[in-house]
Design a protein around this ligand. Sequence first.
Ligand SMILES: Cc1cc2nc3c(=O)[nH]c(=O)nc-3n(C[C@H](O)[C@H](O)[C@H](O)COP(=O)(O)OP(=O)(O)OC[C@H]3O[C@@H](n4cnc5c(N)ncnc54)[C@H](O)[C@@H]3O)c2cc1C
Length: 245
Amino acid sequence: MSTQWQVAEVVGGVPENDTARTIRLRVDGLTGHLAGQHIDIRLTAEDGYSAIRSYSVASAGMDGHLEITVDELPDGEVSPYLVRDLAIGDKLEIRGPVGGWFVWRPINRNRVQLIGGGSGVVPLMSMIRAHQASSNESPFRLLYSLKSPETSLYRDELARLDRESAKLMVDYIYTRSTPEGWPVPPARLTSDAFLGRIFPPEENPDVFICGQTVFVETVADWLVMAGYPADSIKTERFGGTGGNR
Ligand SMILES: Cc1cc2nc3c(=O)[nH]c(=O)nc-3n(C[C@H](O)[C@H](O)[C@H](O)COP(=O)(O)OP(=O)(O)OC[C@H]3O[C@@H](n4cnc5c(N)ncnc54)[C@H](O)[C@@H]3O)c2cc1C
C-alpha cells in the first residue's frame, strides 16, 4: 500500500453498461491489496487546478494491475472524463490502495452478507472475486439493489457465479424496472424486502453495505433494528444524497 502519489497507466477499458466502465491500470510496485480497499485518483489541469476522487478496487488481483469501475454522474466533474475520455496509454496519478476497515480477508471464516446499491457493488465484487479465488468455503450472499437490469455492473460474471459457484448466492432488488418475468414488480425499497433476502441475524453474518450515503444509512438502520449487532455491519458511503431507493 502506498500513501504517496504515483503514476498508473491505463492498459484497458471495458464498458459495463451505458454509463459505467471498468478501467484496468498498471501500477508499478503494486504488491496487492485487500478486497474492499479503494484508491484515490488525482486529475490536474494545465492551470494547476486539481480534483481528487476515490474509486474502489474491483479486481482481486495482485499482479501489478488493478481494476476500478466508474459510474458516470451526468453533472460530475471527474466521472464523465474517466468513463468517456480516458484512453489506453493515458497516465493517472493514484494513491493507495487504502482502507483497512471495509475489507474482507480470506482468513475470516464467518458467512458474509454483501449489500450493494448501484455502483456500491464495486468493492463487494472485489470481495466476491477474492473469495472465489481462495480456499475459503464460507457462504457469501449478495443482495444487489438496482434501478433496472440495464444498470447492473458485472452482469454476466454475477449470473455465472450465481449459477456455478456453491459459495455464492446473488439476489436483486429492482426499484424502477425489472427483467421480463421477474416475480415482483419494481418498488421503492422497504425493510421487509431487504430482510427477507439476506442471512438472518441468528446466522451471525458479517455484513458489508456499500452505495450512496442515504442507501447505506437506511439499510444499516433497518438491520440494526432487526437485531443484527452494529459491530457486525461495515459500511462504505460513496457520497451523494440521492439514491436508488
Ligand atoms: C471510498 C469511496 C469509494 C468510491 N468508489 C467508487 C466506485 O467504485 N465507483 C464509482 O463510480 N464511484 C465511486 N465513488 C464515488 C466517487 O468518488 C465520486 O464521488 C463520483 O465518481 C462522482 O465524482 P464526480 O467528480 O463525477 O462528481 P462531482 O462533481 O463530485 O459531483 C456531482 C454531483 O453529484 C453528487 N454526487 C457526488 N458523488 C455522488 C455519488 N457517489 N452518487 C451520487 N451523487 C453523487 C454531488 O453531490 C454533486 O451534486 C467512491 C467514493 C468513495 C468515498
